[in-house]
Design a protein around this ligand. Structure first.
Ligand code: ATP
Ligand code: SKM
Ligand code: MG
Length: 177
């Protein structure tokens, strides 16, 4: 299958995990905008938030997405907040097929509860925060997505298999059109 696949969704949706598996299965190169920012700055994301604030992090994220979205034959796991910026949404829509990995707030909470590397969830009530983020962002993920995949109660292996089938169907329909 030619082209780029861009994964969007909230923290814990599985963008990094499923993205890696999808890249392996399709032979595409895997990128993760969060990892790219960490590699370029040499520090972890919480440190960027501490030193430059969320605004500084978002500027770095925008630059990385502008660059990666013009590459060829990649799978890109985007940061959970990338869709907040209209320039990022336009770049993703322009550069490839966008897949929204959707999960319930309960599942997102379970998958992120053990991890201290997400500054926006370092609050007294991270589940409430996830619910608020879901409210604001779900419409944006839907706006930008070509494909919406429900990840609740599904293994990474099953999700990858299902995604591959749907992507092949889409590619086939496109060839027939
Ligand atoms: N479908 C799934 N079922 C169960 N656990 C999952 C599933 N998808 C991901 N996970 C687990 O949830 C955790 C978070 O996944 P991952 O880091 O891939 O999310 P993410 O969408 O990249 O989040 P972020 O936006 O914060 O980078 C990981 O421990 C991963 O193994
Ligand atoms: O949802 C968000 O806004 C974020 C998600 C992570 O992927 C990181 O990009 C960062 O922690 C911010
Ligand atoms: Mg990730």
């Amino acid at each position: 299958m030619p082209g780029n696949f861009f994964l969007v969704g909230l923290m814990g949706a599985g963008k990094t995990t499923v993205g890696r598996a999808l890249a392996r299965a399709t032979g595409k190169t895997f990128y993760d905008s969060d990892h790219e920012i960490e590699a370029r700055t040499g520090v972890r994301i919480p440190t960027i938030f501490e030193v430059e604030g969320e605004t500084g992090f978002r500027a770095r994220e925008c630059a990385v997405i502008a660059e990666l979205s013009t590459m060829s034959d990649i799978v890109l796991a985007t940061g959970g907040g990338a869709v907040l910026n209209p320039d990022n949404r336009a770049a993703l829509r322009r550069g490839g097929l966008v897949i929204y990995l959707r999960a319930s707030v309960d599942d997102l909470y379970m998958r992120t509860a053990h991890d201290k590397n997400r500054p926006l969830l370092q609050t007294a009530n991270p589940k409430q925060r996830l619910a608020e983020l879901f409210e604001v962002r779900d419409p944006l993920y839907r706006e930008v997505a070509d494909l919406v995949v429900d990840t609740s109660r599904q293994t990474v292996q099953h999700l990858t298999h299902q995604l591959l089938q749907q992507l092949e169907q889409k590619a086939y329909a496109h060839r027939q059109a």
